[in-house]
Unconditional design. Structure first.
Length: 162
């Protein structure tokens, strides 16, 4: 069983698409834990605010197939392969960790955004404070406690899990 963490984001019909992602992920993963949902301003482009959260789960799905599954869930929810990196999106599912695997393919692990973006790190710190980041050599709680980017603000929103 692999311990995984996934970041969820949406800025198009946000509540609907985060809810749809959770339903789809719960159908494939076990020992499922979901963080609070946070709202934040778009980073890197002018656009609607995002909803972001993180999930932790266990899986027996091999890494390449898990990456394919996440892309399929995005496509099933209106995401296209032509979406630009910094643009509005119905759903963004980013694999953050797959156990302590460090690689660049089929996904960048651990994901670089973990230490750079509050909208990734804060929800992750909520559900995985003691998880050890294999390249930063710190726990997620330590990374969050030393995070400092006053330009990135986020706030919890009311959200009922499906």
């Amino acid at each position: 069983m692999a311990q995984i963490y996934i970041s969820l984001g949406s800025n198009v019909d946000k509540e609907h698409y985060i809810r749809q992602a959770l339903i789809a992920l719960k159908a494939h993963l076990i020992e499922f834990e979901h963080s609070s949902v946070y709202e934040s301003e778009a980073v890197g482009f002018a656009g609607n605010n995002f909803y972001n959260s993180a999930i932790g789960a266990q899986t027996q799905i091999p890494l390449p197939q898990l990456c394919q599954l996440l892309k399929q869930i995005e496509r099933d929810n209106g995401r296209t392969n032509n979406d630009k990196k910094f643009s509005p999106r119905t759903l963004d599912l980013d694999l953050l960790f797959y156990d302590d695997v460090v690689c660049d393919s089929p996904a960048q692990l651990p994901r670089d955004e973990i230490t750079k973006n509050a909208f990734v790190l804060q929800p992750l710190a909520e559900i995985a404070p003691d998880f050890y980041h294999p390249t930063a050599k710190q726990t997620i709680a330590q990374l969050w406690n030393t995070y400092n980017n006053p330009k990135q603000k986020l706030w919890k929103v009311e959200f009922t899990n499906p």
